[in-house]
Design a protein around this ligand. Structure first.
Ligand SMILES: [Zn+2]
Length: 161
């Protein structure tokens, strides 16, 4: 079920057309788009200390997904979709890298060889998260119950679950 904003800031509306929440573009191509924002309780990250796979399962199990709707221009929307793709690919590459690492460990009997691909994939995950943050609207607060987005025009838009 899509969450509608409680208050859609006037700043996003101009002459009855939307302004992009990310870059404030007001062209007619700006349209309302639905996307997801995860809230992950901080304790879920503790699971990562037990191992990446266990950590990921706890994170996926405990996260709360907010379904948000906001106006985006074509360019910003494309960037956000690309960021989602990079994120998915980076997580996928991490699993592949573990399999590759085990194969290298068994064949070369070297822990250095084991770590090469997982470290690269880990770097890819970090990079994709930075890219995603840069491509996303500015989130002021994200909690289990509420998401507050700050638009390019510095107005807060509140979503409640
Ligand atoms: Zn934009």
């Amino acid at each position: 079920m899509t969450q509608q904003p409680l208050i859609l800031a006037d700043a996003l509306l101009e002459n009855s057309s939307w302004r992009c929440v990310k870059c404030d573009d007001g062209s007619p191509e700006v349209a309302m788009k639905g996307f997801k924002k995860d809230y992950i309780p901080p304790f879920a990250y503790v699971g990562l200390a037990l191992g990446p796979l266990i950590g990921l399962l706890i994170i996926l199990g405990r996260r709360v997904q907010h379904d948000l709707t906001l106006p985006f221009c074509k360019e910003c929307w494309r960037n956000l979709k690309r960021a989602d793709l990079f994120e998915t690919l980076s997580v996928f590459s991490f699993f592949v890298s573990i399999v590759l690492g085990v194969a290298l460990l068994l064949n070369l009997d070297s822990w250095t060889a084991f770590f090469i691909f997982p470290v690269l994939a880990g770097a890819l995950i970090v990079w994709s998260q930075i890219y995603k943050r840069d491509s996303s609207p500015k989130f002021k607060t994200v909690s289990r119950k509420q998401v507050v987005v700050t638009s390019a025009a510095s107005q807060d838009i509140v979503f409640a679950k």
